[in-house]
Design a protein. Structure first.
Length: 338
């Protein structure tokens, strides 16, 4: 090796070793970027405190992209967790650990690094896993997989897919062009759950099966119970019954008070002096006694109506009633459309 070759080699090594450091220095945030990041950081935390997680995520993502500090990173990760995006949260925490420690790093940044490491470890067991198997692909066909619209590299199709807890759409595609076939499956994963999903293509020419749905470890969601039907007989019967009892009781009290005054004005055969007030008291007592009797009869009718309504509640659909209650001297009743 000549001396000129040695000088060229040494210069190349110096440039190669210095390039990453120069590149890193060139990527350091400017004062303007840091000031903008601080503002976005405060706005993001304020939005999160008010419950606006989507707005907070937008602000904190921008703040971390500009500042790229452990402090902005840990708050971004916490917001991801609040939104159920555990995979993104853990990745942010791991990137914080890979970020070089600045010579002037503050105590707050050091605490953020510790919090990020702890959060990343805790999220590891909460992330769900999907094991996807694609079957029925012909030897001359290629298979492709997408999860929630994002393509999975072909070499990773048979590997475990780490996903956020929640509902995911899995699509397998076999073949190319007009001859391509497609299968879809929807799976719901709980925190820490591992679920196997099989997408089996039928032989070429046969119709593919309907899209499958796997919810909560393969169990279908329970159907919501049908709302119980209440017949209109029940409220009408209760209203009539209560009204009859109230009116009957009041009329009975009035009739008894008038009857008490008859002892002094009428004989044992209820013959009263026409010049006194006994005759009027006697007629009043009889009228109120009739009202009381009729009211209690109406109360009984209401009770029967309510019982019939309860029995028929499941058999007959409710219809609009047209009912009225009438009272007379010594009688009462219902009329209308039932």
């Amino acid at each position: 090796m000549t001396s000129s070759d040695g000088v060229a080699l040494a210069l190349t090594l110096v440039l190669a070793l210095g390039a990453p450091r120069a590149l890193a220095q060139g990527q350091a945030p400017t004062a303007q970027e840091l000031e903008t990041a601080r503002t976005l950081y405060k706005e993001g935390k304020a939005l999160r405190a008010r419950g606006d997680l989507r707005g907070a995520l937008e602000k904190l993502r921008a703040a971390h992209a500009l500042g790229n500090t452990p402090v902005t990173g840990i708050e971004l990760a916490r917001t991801y967790v609040a939104l159920g995006k555990l995979v993104d949260a853990r990745e942010v925490c791991l990137r914080i650990a890979r970020t070089a420690v600045a010579t002037d790093e503050t105590e707050k940044s050091a605490e953020a690094r510790v919090d990020a490491a702890s959060l990343a470890e805790g999220l590891k067991g909460r992330i769900a896993t999907a094991v996807i198997e694609i079957a029925g692909v012909a030897p001359d066909e290629s298979a492709h997989l997408t999860i929630d619209g994002v393509a999975v590299p072909d070499v990773a199709e048979t590997q475990q897919q780490r996903l956020d807890p929640g509902v995911h759409e899995i699509v397998a595609r076999a073949g190319e062009g007009a001859a391509a076939r497609e299968l879809r499956s929807v799976v719901r994963l709980a925190e820490g759950q591992t679920e196997k999903v099989t997408l089996a293509f039928p032989p070429p020419g046969e119709a593919p099966p309907s899209p499958s749905t796997t919810l909560d470890a393969g169990q279908p969601e329970p159907a919501e119970p049908a709302a119980a039907k209440t017949s209109w007989f029940v409220p009408v019967g209760v209203a009539v019954g209560l009204t009859g009892i109230a009116v009957g009781s009041l009329a009975g009290v009035v009739a008894m008070r008038n009857r008490d005054r008859l002892d002094a004005e009428c004989n044992a055969q209820k013959q009263c002096d026409s010049h006194g007030g006994g005759a009027g008291d006697l007629q009043t007592a009889r009228d109120w006694a009739g009202v009381s009797t009729a009211s209690f009869i109406a109360a009984g009718v209401g009770a029967v109506l309510a019982i019939v309504g309860i029995v028929k509640a499941k058999a007959d659909p409710p219809s609009a009633p047209a009912v009225s209650v009438w009272f007379g001297s010594g009688s009462a009743g219902l009329h209308g459309r039932f």
